[in-house]
Design a protein around this ligand. Sequence first.
Ligand SMILES: Cc1cc2nc3c(=O)[nH]c(=O)nc-3n(C[C@H](O)[C@H](O)[C@H](O)COP(=O)(O)OP(=O)(O)OC[C@H]3O[C@@H](n4cnc5c(N)ncnc54)[C@H](O)[C@@H]3O)c2cc1C
Length: 388
Amino acid sequence: MKLTPDYFQIDDLLSEEHKLVRQSVRDWVDSRLKPVIDDYSQRHEFPSFIVKELGKLGAFGPYIPEEYGGAGLDHTSYGLIMQELERGDSSIRSVASVQSSLVMYPIYTFGSENQKKKYLPQLAAGEMLGAFGLTEPNHGSDPGSMETKIIDKGDYYLLNGAKMWITNSPIADIAVVWAKDEEGIVRGLIIEKGMEGFTAPETHNKWSLRASVTGELVFDNVKIPKENILPNIQGLKGPMMCLNSARYGIAWGVVGAAIDCYSTALQYSLERKQFDKPIASFQLQQKKLAEIVTEITKAQLVVWRLGTLRDKDQAKPTQISMAKRNNVEMALNVARESRQILGAMGISGDFPIMRHMMNLESVVTYEGTHDVHLLITGLDITGIPAFK
Ligand SMILES: Cc1cc2nc3c(=O)[nH]c(=O)nc-3n(C[C@H](O)[C@H](O)[C@H](O)COP(=O)(O)OP(=O)(O)OC[C@H]3O[C@@H](n4cnc5c(N)ncnc54)[C@H](O)[C@@H]3O)c2cc1C
């Protein structure tokens, strides 16, 4: 019985370094996260100890060069790290995704040398936590219509507006925020905690990603020093490139959540007896398990190929979009089927499945909803935009 499926021998395609990276994160998840994550989720509390430990583990910005505090790893390694973290919990993978793809990536890609030196080593080490502000109360799937604005005041920019549904916001030291200038051009800014007029209230009562903190970013005449603007990007392309990197990590991450559901259901089905037999001996349960392992295998092949393309800088945003959509839907279906295999026990916090299932309800919505990703593929294959 193999609890971590590798039906198509994808391990043969990984390097020794890939396997070492995966193993070190897997060990951390098994020893440090799994024993406590259900309690934190039930209490709707963020396990703050993870931030420094993920930094030590090299899970923040693993593909950022070593001179800025990163590990200089390839994107397949980044994917494997996300997969292992999400085997533990999507909240924890979300924290690593935001820090890596939505905060470190834009500072590294669009930032000045000073910004890179000032923020990246601390972010990589987990001494600083970041947030990413794109979504607004009135603009989610359509961020191009954002209302948050900066006005050039000569020595500084004046920032006004609000962002909503922002991972890490109440506990973040900095936030990469997207706002329009007076000409309507989207610009990226680095906002620091404590700036006058800036608040980050928490969003309460989530039924999903309960071990991650979500909140708002509210800007009321905040004076932003000019050196805090990201100099090397203008337009919606900036946040979209960040989302592309994060979506890539999600496509890998959710495979981890699906594997955790599958291995839990397989083990349970072999141990649980009804009608004097293990439930794994019933054809209906075998059908579920066989379909689950098939879907996980297909998703594993998609992300492995996507990783090799991204390592050559050839992965197209449309390919990443398809992988994110397909794999999140796969993981949600796996979670739902696995939960049924456990019967009543499937809803208990003694097992991780219900937690994964609730988490995945956020993952299917953030970083582009399932519908929006369908429209992206639709546009790609027909040439006709159906967004409006
Ligand atoms: C837990 C959590 C954490 C998050 N973290 C962050 C973060 O750190 N930073 C950040 O900026 N954002 C974050 N988000 C926000 C997330 O990215 C948005 O929720 C997402 O983009 C969808 O926007 P919306 O919720 O406003 O939904 P809407 O855009 O209002 O969509 C509602 C529904 O309408 C559908 N829809 C919209 N447009 C179309 C269309 N053209 N055609 C067909 N259907 C359409 C959608 O698919 C969806 O089903 C987070 C969200 C959650 C739940």
